[in-house]
Design a protein around this ligand. Structure first.
Ligand SMILES: *[C@@H]1O[C@H](CO)[C@@H](O)[C@H](O)[C@H]1NC(C)=O
Ligand SMILES: *[C@@H]1O[C@H](CO)[C@@H](O)[C@H](O)[C@H]1NC(C)=O
Ligand SMILES: CC(=O)N[C@H]1CO[C@H](CO)[C@@H](O)[C@@H]1O
Length: 506
């Protein structure tokens, strides 16, 4: 009897759970339909802003100059290369942990330990191989893998940005030394300031997929380990040629990038500073109507950042970077220290606060120094790109046009790049952002909504700086990125994104 009742209850319960499961499926379907609808609407809004840009920018092609350097990327399958072709022993895990933070690798052993560390964490890495002979050996081994297993690409921040500017309709001058083999990979319309060299710097790119195995290790996500032994790029060998070419070219925008390659191990004492002095000289010899942009990158050495703070940052109008580079720069400017790992998906409010801090630091420096040093420039634009959004801050009524459309353009480029597709399919998209966000982490900060009527919120605000509490009006725009569900390519996205945002603002 008791058993019967229990069974009847069970029946009830089963029936009920089937019913709730059914309801929840319907509810899920409703939610995902709503999300899809929201994505479609946002996408339409972003595309409308982008096409508006094409209609307003009908003047002559803007002229853009970019430095410095180029390289060849040699991309290979990491595990296949190490196991089959190089036949290397897989190192023991105990020995590895101690070596994890190696800045440069000098021997085969160190390479394997360093690779194993990043591989099992699925973390991106870019390391210098100090032994040139060993590096050339590795490249020779890679070539043995055969044509169909290796891929050659043009690499380096400057050439990638140059191509993006060219695709956006700009007339482009690139400062780089290149070999006869590399030049054809650059559109012939792009002007080149630099010598022909016998061999380009090669970056050996060891790629792996999520789940790829190597010895006892398994990669948790897709990523790449980059090894280089650069001879040209760290020395910015094309700076002088670009400075010369700029005299006649007179661009609207001069972009400085690639300085993160200036690894201290490749320089004699004082030599690096001398090269950066050449960059400063190039910047201060431009007329006022040439805008200057500095593209940040992953800097791991405090001394180099301090040299940039002294020799480069005071002479630029605009900065571009991702969220990690923003945290790092903010720490260097505010506290004179470096930070490495940070949140890969920071809240908008946090990012905006850091942008304000960087802006204020640079502005105060300018106020303090520009009487003494008339070549200094007041920072007027900061662009930060993250996985989930694009944020652009400009001084109101400055020379930078179309901030809203530029943010939309950068967001679309980010999506197209990472999904490796020109067509945006709302179903392939993941939205990371909420419907609204706070504009600062401070109490009572106003909130902005992202919706069909306003896919890219922009607002004006006053930023206070200096001892005398001066105020300056800025415009800030935030565009949501429609994040690709299946990321196909992540490294190098920043060059495309920054360049497309800049091109929209000239
Ligand atoms: C560099 O690597 C080569 C090849 O592995 C080796 O023969 C040579 O001894 C190394 N040089 C130094 C300075 O370690
Ligand atoms: C590399 O090759 C191995 C074995 O052929 C394969 O399992 C792995 O998925 C490949 N990885 C990439 C990134 O192509
Ligand atoms: C999506 C996108 O715009 N990708 C481009 C990034 O830049 C390279 C050239 O540097 C182009 O080849 C890609 O098409």
């Amino acid at each position: 009897m008791v058993k019967m009742t229990a069974l009847r209850y069970m029946g009830w319960i089963t029936g009920f759970s089937v019913f709730t499961a059914f309801l929840s499926i319907i509810y899920q379907a409703f939610l995902s339909l709503q999300a899809l609808n929201r994505t479609t609407v946002l996408l339409a809004g972003l595309l409308a802003l982008e096409s508006g840009l094409k209609k307003t920018n009908l003047g002559p092609a803007p002229k853009v100059a970019i430095g410095y350097g180029a390289c060849t990327d040699l991309q290979i399958n990491a595990t296949e290369f190490l196991e089959t072709y190089y036949k290397l022993r897989v190192p023991l895990s105990e020995r590895m942990a101690a070596q994890s933070s190696m800045e440069i690798v000098k021997t085969e052993d160190e390479l394997l330990q360093s690779f194993a560390y990043y591989f099992q964490n699925g973390a991106a890495a870019e390391r210098m191989m100090a032994n040139g002979t060993l590096f050339r050996q590795l490249v020779e081994y890679a070539k043995i893998m055969g044509e169909e297993r290796i891929h050659w690409y043009m690499g380096g921040n400057a050439p990638l940005m140059a191509v993006r500017f060219f695709m956006e309709g700009a007339d482009v001058l690139l400062g780089a030394h290149m070999s006869k083999k590399l030049r054809p990979l650059l559109p012939k319309e792009i002007h080149l300031a630099g010598h022909e060299i016998p061999d380009d710097d090669i970056h050996l790119i060891l790629e792996y997929k999520a789940g790829d195995g190597w010895g006892p290790y398994r990669a948790p996500r897709a990523n790449r380990y980059i090894l280089h032994n650069d001879k040209n790029n760290p020395h910015l060998r094309s700076v002088e040629q670009l400075t010369d070419a700029l005299k006649d070219y007179h661009p609207q925008l001069l972009v400085v990038s690639g300085l993160q390659m200036m690894d201290m191990f490749t320089f004699q004492p004082g030599e690096r500073e001398a090269r950066l002095q050449q960059v400063k000289w190039q910047l201060i010899s431009q007329p006022k109507d040439t805008l200057h942009h500095f593209e940040m990158a992953s800097y791991v050495e405090l001394q180099l950042l301090q040299q940039l703070q002294q020799l480069v940052l005071p002479y630029v109008d605009s900065l571009g970077m991702n969220e990690q580079e923003l945290s790092n720069l903010q720490q260097v400017l505010s506290y004179g220290r470096i930070t490495m790992a940070t949140d890969w998906n920071p809240r908008i409010a946090m990012t905006l606060d850091k942008m304000r801090q960087v802006f204020i630091s640079l502005l105060e420096d300018y106020e303090h120094e520009h009487i003494r040093d008339a070549k200094r420039r007041r920072i007027s634009r900061i662009h930060v790109h993250t996985l989930a959004y694009q944020a652009i801050l400009t001084i109101s009524r400055s020379q930078w046009k179309n901030t809203k459309a530029a943010a939309a353009k950068a967001a679309l480029t980010a999506h197209r790049y990472v999904c490796k597709s020109q067509f945006i399919n709302p179903e392939s998209v993941l939205q990371v952002l909420d419907d609204s966000f706070a504009t600062s982490t401070q109490d009572q900060a106003p909130r902005m909504r992202i919706n069909a009527a306003n896919p890219v919120p922009c607002w004006q605000e006053y930023i206070q700086y200096g001892k005398d509490f001066q105020r300056i009006e800025v415009e800030i725009c935030v565009a949501p990125v429609l994040v690709c569900r299946v990321a196909r390519k992540t490294a190098g996205a920043g060059d495309n994104i920054s360049a497309s945002g800049l091109a929209a603002q000239l």
